[in-house]
Design a protein around this ligand. Sequence first.
Ligand code: MIC
Ligand code: SF4
Length: 641
Amino acid sequence: MGLTVAEKLIAAHLVDGEMQKGQEISIRIDQTLTQDATGTMAYLEFEATGMDRVQTELSVCYVDHNLVQSDFKNADDHRFLQSVARRYGLYFSPPGNGISHQIHLERFGLPGKTLLGSDSHTPTGGGLGMLAIGAGGLDVAMAMAGRPFSLIMPKIYGVRLVGRLRPWVSARDVLLEVLRRISVKGGVGYIMEYFGPGVAELSVTDRATITNFGAELGATTSVFPSDAVTRAFLESQGRADGWQELTADEDAEYDEVMEIDLSTLEPLIACPSSPDNVVPVREVAGRPVHQVLVGSCSNSSLRDLTVVAKALEGRAVHPDVSFEINPGSRQVLENLIDQGNMMPLVQAGARIHQAGCLGCIGMGQAPATGTISLRTFPRNFPGRSGTKNDQVYLCSPEVAVASAITGKITDPRDLGAYPAFTLPDRYLPGDERIEPPLPADEARKIEIVRGPNIAPFPEFDELPDRWEGTVLLKLEDNITTDHIMPAGAKILPLRSNIPAISEYVFSQIDAEFAAKAKQAGNVMIVGGENYGQGSSREHAALAPRYLGVRVKLAKSFARIHKANLINFGIVPLTFAEPADYERITAGGRVVIADLRQAVASGGRELTVEIDGQPIPVLLDVSDRHRQILLAGGLLNWAKKN
Ligand code: MIC
Ligand code: SF4
């Protein structure tokens, strides 16, 4: 039987296990990326491995999230990261250079390679035909130390594209359509692989928008083939040498297939407050908007900003709208200026920001109370914008600009003719500020700069024989890591300091959670389906663990969060009978009489006693995971081995 693109990528990197769906496999990692908000921890963890230099073909340390320097904390972290990159042989991309995923696509990503990134939107690289996977910082640290990455061999979901997008409809609408069909948990356990004649109609940055936003399906990653379009993109980046063709075999078989006729798509929009709450724009057209943001790793390429600039030529932004541009990278900015497309933005009244994540992670740009904010971002989880009860809609750059002009949600087809534009055959590289790795002898002389914001990594104990605790929270389906460990301008700067950031665990849900957890000492959290969706932030496991959370019981878990729980010694249990969820109340007293023995035994079934009632639960983890849980976490385990 022939292979899909994803299977070929896995086969070429397989170091352990068999490519049988549902079985654990390990793959070699060629490249890694980190961003600052997860990177500081990842490098503290890398240091703990005792390695002298990264072992990958290429590793990049980006600073793109914590750009607001309202005190010393973020600036401290930036200096720490720069010194770490110099010391351990990484590329370093400083603040202002742009978003990790956009820059990686432009300057480093290559078809046929594997990329592990400490950010859930790492699958952006799938647009180039890479196997690009998001993971917790500790997994990325281990990959930098040369260890293979372990994952469950995913099933392959083929998305067959036919036809061609019509004017004013773009890549964002393709994934909104997929989200509309299969929801934020529809991709769990799958790699989404795009194929069919419609693929050739999409540029690499369009493909990257789709694989990036595909993170919202809960998928392991998403991937496109590498073809002539990929080669042309690499040529435009002066990197054609790295091109290789990578396509699925004629007789490749997908576990599921859906077909999308691009020519039938219309402009779509995700309503508050989930990326899968998708409707055609015309259904919500006319609602007044007060903020429109174009940016983020999903939609801030040169193409995206060029369309916006062209649509604004001779037009102005509505006076009630704050229209803001967050460029994806310095390269995007340089080329936009070079092509003469910055002027229409400025003259139309756009607010131009530095390249980076900014409001996408609540670093500024919070919307006004009770108003609608339209964003070309991948996430609109409740409160993520920084405003309580926010009303954030997700849409394409086309819908964004049309709405900014009219002051209300607008189907861009109402603007008339689609603006003509061309993109450069050869981009200005825009990487003046990217520092290449130092040679090993120079690197060894570098001293790592640790400001007071960098707290040492906490020590954790082994799994106890018997565990008794309290159900402190009982939560519904689709709880995000933004609920568990919120971000935003106030909390993000504490990412390098676990004791400090742990004070904010679940603070959106219960402002007293941290105090209650410390008092209870041993805590269990109960959740519904798809628990922990969203970000790769390991702080959503690490900080609760610090507060005494040792067991989580849910109907199902999101992939990265489950891996992070195991990495920090939190036991991820699922209900054997989902109906038992109803039998649990917050405040319940939990006893797991033989926890250690149950984890060590290798058995899948165990019993948890909650308020005296036995509840059958499952522990679906590999043998390696069991060893990690017994040791109290991956770092403890790695030190022993
Ligand atoms: C996000 O979009 O949620 C983030 C912020 O980029 C996260 C990483 C983080 O929490 O630092 C992600 O997507 O993994
Ligand atoms: Fe940054 Fe937003 Fe992309 Fe996360 S989703 S990496 S915060 S731009």
